[in-house]
Design a protein around this ligand. Structure first.
Ligand code: COI
Length: 357
């Protein structure tokens, strides 16, 4: 599919952030965006790269009422030699369509998803920051824009991609976070939409997140919705737990996200000779293992969160420090290796890097 490039008038160009240490996460957007529309009877039409601009949408659009929406998150990195790399974008393309299938939305041809992102990022390459810990966050999304109040699948969708130069997701940077194990609210159940990257999952997590913040925690760790016993994920990241001789993480059983970073750290850990188990994790056993010191490290993985160390976990009023509360050795090694590959400092032996310039 041809992607038209519309002119960018000088008055639509924004000043770039001059202090990359102040980027934060997802607050600044570049000059251009990718857009394509799907219309019933026509399929995908009018793919274009246009100046970044607000949408004018009918208040009756389905997305505003019934939340038919999906999104993705991936990053572009500027290497020291000036080249630009994407990290496993094919996995995002597949997951996007997997989410779309669950939400009854039309598949975006992988070529449109990948070519569109590549072309857009190349045009916006001047926005990719280069300071350690920074990157260009890429946010593809699809929304249902048919204006009708009946509950139905839409006749009209927007697929779009916006770009945001970012620093660390957590304000403190690469520092251990405090996690509250949620025992009142649930995020998802098997058969629901937990595995899809859809806004509703995040909307329903806000209340628990807010209450956790009020108690001094950074995020909540969800338990399974049926037994309220097995560890699932933290909303913005999958969770992994490191013992002396192995790493344990929850299985992909339908209610958690199939994280690109999760998959990558599993493969990196295995390549380091660490045994990785994907299995149900009983929260009571996990807390007992923290208490006894058997559990050495805990960390989250996510595109935005990268590899984030967890220093404290609290469950039913008992707050426990994991290891010495600092950044564990394996956590540090996985962070260094992953970001090393992403930024071109370490050779990519996995075939994950897609150089685009
Ligand atoms: C990502 O890691 O890309 C995500 O989509 C998490 C998001 C909620 C910031």
């Amino acid at each position: 599919m041809e992607i038209k490039v519309l002119p960018l008038p000088a008055d639509k160009m924004k000043p770039k952030c001059t202090d990359e240490s102040k980027l934060g996460f997802g607050k600044i957007f570049t000059d251009r965006m990718l857009m394509a529309e799907w219309k019933v009877g026509q399929g995908w039409v009018d793919a274009r790269i246009q100046p970044y601009a607000p949408f004018v949408l009918d208040p009756a659009c389905l997305v505003f009422h019934y939340a038919q929406e999906i999104f993705e998150g991936l990053k572009a990195y500027k290497w020291a030699d000036g080249s630009i790399a994407l990290f496993r974008p094919e996995m995002n393309a597949r997951r996007f369509n997997h989410s779309g299938d669950r939400l009854c939305m039309p598949a975006v041809p992988e070529e449109l998803f990948l070519q569109g992102i590549e072309q857009l990022v190349k045009l916006e390459k001047g926005w990719i920051p280069s300071m350690e810990g920074t990157s260009l966050y890429i946010r593809p999304a699809m929304i249902a824009v048919e204006p009708v109040l009946g509950v139905k699948t839409s006749d009209h969708y927007y697929f779009y991609v916006i770009l945001s130069p970012v620093g660390a997701y957590y304000a403190a940077g690469f520092k251990p976070v405090k996690i509250l194990v949620e025992d009142l609210y649930v995020r998802a159940v098997s058969g629901g939409t937990g595995e899809a990257k859809t806004g509703g999952n995040y909307a329903s997590s806000l209340k628990a997140g807010l209450e956790a913040k009020q108690k001094g925690f950074d995020q909540v760790l969800w338990l399974d919705g049926v037994h309220r016993r097995y560890v699932e994920e933290v909303g913005a990241m999958n969770m992994l737990f490191a013992y002396e001789d192995r790493v344990v993480t929850a299985p992909l059983a339908g209610s958690i996200l199939n994280g690109v970073t999760r998959d990558s750290v599993i493969k990196l850990a295995a390549a380091l000779g660490v045994k990785v188990e994907e299995r149900q994790i009983d929260i009571n056993e996990l807390m007992a293992d923290i208490r006894s010191g058997k559990l050495k490290e805990a960390f989250g993985s996510g595109t935005a969160a990268v590899v984030t160390p967890v220093g404290t976990m609290s469950y039913k009023g008992e707050a426990l420090t994991i290891g010495d509360g600092g950044v564990g050795k394996l956590t540090q090694k996985l962070y260094d290796t992953l970001t090393g590959i992403q930024h071109g400092r370490i050779p990519d032996t996995f075939g994950w890097i897609r150089k685009i310039a």
